[in-house]
Design a protein around this ligand. Sequence first.
Ligand code: SAM
Length: 314
Amino acid sequence: MLDAAAYNPYLSPGTAPMFSYRHAFHAGNHADCLKHFILVALLRYMEQKDKPFSLIDTHAGAGAYGLDAGYAMKNSEWEGGIARLWQRTDLPPALADFVELVRGMNSSGKPTFYPGSPYIAHKLMREHDRLRLYEMHPTDVDLLGKTFQNAGRQVMVTRGDGYAGLKSLLPPPSRRALALIDPSYEDKRDYSQVVQTLKDSLTRFATGTYAVWYPLLPRPEAQRLPDRLHAIQAEWLDVRLQVSRAGPGMFGSGMFILNPPWTLRATLTECMPVLKDALAQDEGAGFQITTSDMAPVKREPFQHSRAKPAPRTR
Ligand SMILES: C[S@@+](CC[C@H](N)C(=O)[O-])C[C@H]1O[C@@H](n2cnc3c(N)ncnc32)[C@H](O)[C@@H]1O
């Protein structure tokens, strides 16, 4: 069993030139809430069959984060994310399930810790399921390794490129897999790599479920990404949450899911209006759910950016 307090919340600022992105700055923000609530829903669906599955997390981060110290305090992004859901008792079941998981790691009753995708996956998976984690940042992969050092064969932590890692693991032995592809997009090659990785993954394992997180940003690569994802010849669902008017920085994010569970659309249709209202920063907030078999299924005011590109933020 993972102990939330075992995660090191006091990360000292890293100086590695190649890896300036640290997810701890953004832990629990609106983008994490969208991504992690959907991850919980996907895992719940995977658990409905007894057959084991592999969860492959190509960009794992540090595993979990302290909110009251270190990087997370710098901009307190979680105040515009999980803090707004924390006290709610009226959430639809799938959102409540996610918030309950976060509450469960905070025995003090205050939001002190926030889970990363590895924590969520490990918490929800069964003994016979497998968790495969890839992370490039030396500090974060160290933390991951320490956290899962007693997890045995169920969890494998690899310092290395998650795109190549995913390729090497497909098809999985159990023929059931969920992959989370969650790059920082610090490197603009990520925009092409996610598309290429999805196409390649489908040739290796056509029935896997693949979830990609992406930012809503004015930079041209980000603006083009949804169309490139929608052109993939497979069943998909795309959900975008815009939290503010389009501006020079990140104004929301999306999750694109290849081979989504058939239940996901209904879950999102129920949850997204609530999530949008809870996380809205101004009147530009909106959401959009699109699927491969039809035009947008549900949409509330959604703007496209005309602002000038700015350096990437998350
Ligand atoms: C957005 S964070 C991951 C957050 C995590 N998935 C979560 O939800 O808690 C992206 C991570 O990917 C790492 N990274 C960047 N490029 C990578 C690559 N090619 N392979 C593996 N990890 C990478 C970064 O160091 C960063 O920690």
